[in-house]
Design a protein around this ligand. Sequence first.
Ligand SMILES: Cc1cc2nc3c(=O)[nH]c(=O)nc-3n(C[C@H](O)[C@H](O)[C@H](O)COP(=O)(O)O)c2cc1C
Length: 173
Amino acid sequence: MDFNGEKCLVAYFSRKGNNYVNGNIMNIAVGNTEVAANMIQEITGCDVFHIEAVNEYPKDYMEATTVAQKEQHENARPELTCHVKDMDSYNVIFLGYPNWWGTMPMPVFTFLEEYDFSGKTIIPFCTHEGSGMGHSESDIKKLCPNANVLKGLPIRGGSVNGAKNDISSWLQK
Ligand SMILES: Cc1cc2nc3c(=O)[nH]c(=O)nc-3n(C[C@H](O)[C@H](O)[C@H](O)COP(=O)(O)O)c2cc1C
């Protein structure tokens, strides 16, 4: 589907289960980034792609943080369950992820290395519990040096359900 005349894709990673929300551990049925990705899809009509690792992350929050930290230290590239059929056809990619230890979850690194983003525009959005975008934007630029990486939108995970207006005005820019 077109957005401002560009064929665009919303690609996101999100983990449901126990998460740290506004200082408490809560069980969430739909991940925060997935909620934001669905809002972008509704507003723009873009296609959607869910970035998922073959090895699921633990539902338990503390266990998930341990696995995620280990993967980050190892600079791992977790295998993904599925792939975008025709990435060449998209000009604009909205890239969504939760902030994990200051940057993107490692499956998003796998995703970014899997395709040639030269000449495409990547627009990041990130849900977090206080760290904003972290250093994710510079990591995206390193992984996709020939893409045009725009400034991202950080969304507080615990407030994502009320973020549609902010997302809408960010998209208009
Ligand atoms: C493994 C892991 C690491 C996290 N690290 C951070 C962090 O460094 N900074 C931060 O602000 N939030 C951190 N969080 C909180 C998430 O970014 C936040 O809850 C996000 O909205 C989760 O999105 P999701 O439900 O789409 O997975 C972390 C959460 C997990 C599970």
